[in-house]
Design a protein around this ligand. Structure first.
Ligand code: NAD
Length: 485
């Protein structure tokens, strides 16, 4: 594979691709006909999942033949295209899913481009001793089947692709049915990057109409060696029951504790910034607050000064009856409440209108005081609605926050300067991500140290996934040689 593009050539190619995509056309005019966007056919997107798996298998063969340098070249062009087309994907995502915010989705793509680890994440280990040398290498699994959500659709496709390609795998996606155009745009982007780097025209693949049936074909195909699932509890359970090696990145309901040693003004701003990021779609975003009684008023004032609108308990109950709907399980007849999809990821202003309150665009979050049992505390809403529960002390705060997290072991946050309190909560809640004194997104490298991911694998333990999460360890032993000391 010859790779010899100069920076100027890449710029030129990207410009022509953007022109071909009619990047300037408003998204309201976007036409997704199942196969492409604005008249351009997506590359690597098939009507039959079996064909998509065939293509991913060919992609895997091509990746296996690439040197690390060649893989890194593909990844570097993916990063480049992701930065340049971040705004297009952000607009397309909002337009298609009706969720989230274009400016924040753009920032999420930039984050993926800048902070998703590439091949440097794949490090071999060596042990030498009296008996010679043993090498442990991180090998690809083969073809990965990746199920992706509607909340971060193109972000997850690109982030997973970078890590999976860096690790030497092929990938076939079964994207969320509500975000097909956006997810498959990202699949096309990866394939354009591959072609620009001199790699195969189809490196990763997907299907035009993903369904549970296409997911099942993926689960059963013997060529798929690893399943990676990013989504809610139902889909994580289904991949973990597939009988295959699976990585599950599931739901969260991140609590925040604010104690009376915290910088309350900063805590109020940080919590609203984190909670409203992409209208609360990220699974790590603040979902409920437990505030010490003696600082709760000051915290609420700080939140109001940063775009929060305080509603009464009565108004909160009215809003809860709209944003949550009752569902009856057809098998058991048991009734439960689920989020109203029409409200997920909507602007605070739009949600307030539903209970007859009109506010300006500066209002970005709805806050309310509730008790612990309120639906807003118990359900993962993924909307800019933040319930605040007053607590007497740290014991009560930790007890309730751990219960509200529901054992997801996903993400929790705390604003405090008391090291004992911070340590106690972190130990008790056992989450994959624990953010201290910052907005939630610091936990995925946005204004915080460390790499990023949009696949946070709590249930299966890989944590903040990266290329090495998608590898299997292989050992090579050379007896009685190569120890040179
Ligand atoms: P979702 O659970 O509705 O869907 C996720 C994907 O799974 C979709 O592609 C969907 O079509 C598919 N799917 C659903 N049920 C399935 C089944 N039984 N078999 C096969 N496929 C199935 O997810 P969503 O609403 O788009 O995303 C929101 C949820 O995902 C939230 O709970 C959020 O916390 C979680 N999430 C977690 C992470 C993480 O990294 N841990 C990241 C993003 C979202």
């Amino acid at each position: 594979m010859a790779i010899n593009w100069t920076e100027a050539q890449i710029e030129q190619i990207v410009a022509s691709v953007m022109k071909g995509l009619k990047a300037d056309a408003p998204i309201s005019k976007c036409e997704y006909n199942g196969e492409g966007y604005n008249g351009k056919k997506y590359i690597g997107v098939y009507s039959d999942m079996n064909d998509a798996i065939d293509a991913a298998e060919q992609g895997y063969k091509a990746i296996r033949a690439m040197s690390l340098e060649e893989r890194e070249k593909v990844i570097s062009i993916i990063r480049d295209l992701c930065r340049k087309e971040a705004h297009i994907m952000a607009e397309l995502g909002v337009s298609e899913t009706k969720m989230g915010r274009v400016d924040h989705k753009t920032a999420k793509h930039m984050l993926v481009a800048d902070k998703t680890p590439g091949t440097s994440d794949i490090q071999a280990q060596v042990k030498t001793g009296d008996y010679g040398l043993t090498l442990t290498e991180m090998a690809p699994f083969g073809v990965v089947g990746s199920i992706t959500p509607s909340t971060n659709p193109s972000e997850t496709v690109i982030c997973n692709s970078i890590g999976m390609i860096a690790a030497g795998n092929g990938v076939v996606f079964n994207p969320h049915p509500n975000a097909i155009a956006t997810s498959n745009y990202a699949v096309d982007l990866i394939n354009r990057a591959s072609a620009m780097a001199g790699g195969p025209r189809v490196l990763v693949s997907s299907v035009i109409k993903p369904t549970l049936d296409t997911a099942n074909i993926m689960y059963k195909d013997p060529r798929i060696k690893l399943l990676v699932c990013t989504g809610g509890p139902g889909v994580v359970k289904s991949v973990l029951s597939s009988g295959k090696k699976a990585i599950g990145a599931g739901a969260g309901n991140p609590p925040v504790i604010v104690d009376d040693t915290a910088d309350i003004k900063k805590a109020g701003k940080d919590i609203i910034d984190g909670c409203t990021f992409d209208n609360n779609l990220p699974c790590i975003a603040e979902k409920e607050v437990f505030a010490f009684n003696n600082i709760a008023d000051e915290l609420i004032d700080a939140m109001k000064a940063n775009g929060a609108y305080l509603i009464t308990r009565e108004q909160a109950d009215k809003l809860a009856s709209i944003v949550l709907v009752e569902k009856t399980n057809p098998k058991t007849g048991i009734k439960s409440k689920i989020v109203n999809r029409d409200c997920v990821g909507r602007d605070a202003r739009v949600l307030l209108e539903k209970i007859g309150i009109n506010v300006c665009d500066k209002i970005r979050c709805i806050i309310c005081e509730t008790d612990f049992n309120h639906d807003f505390v118990q359900h993962e809403l993924m909307m800019p609605i933040l319930p605040i529960v007053r607590v007497k002390n740290i014991d009560e705060a930790i007890d309730l926050a751990v219960k509200a997290e529901h054992g997801n072991r996903h993400t929790a946050h705390m604003h405090s300067k008391n090291i004992d309190n911070l340590t106690r909560f972190a130990r008790a809640v056992e989450t994959t991500i624990f953010v201290k004194n910052a907005p939630s997104y610091a936990g995925i490298g946005f204004g915080g140290e460390g790499h990023t991911t949009f696949t946070i694998a709590g249930p299966t333990g890989e944590g903040i996934t990266s290329a090495k999460s998608f590898t299997r360890l292989r050992r090579c032993v050379l007896s009685e040689s190569f120890r040179i000391i």
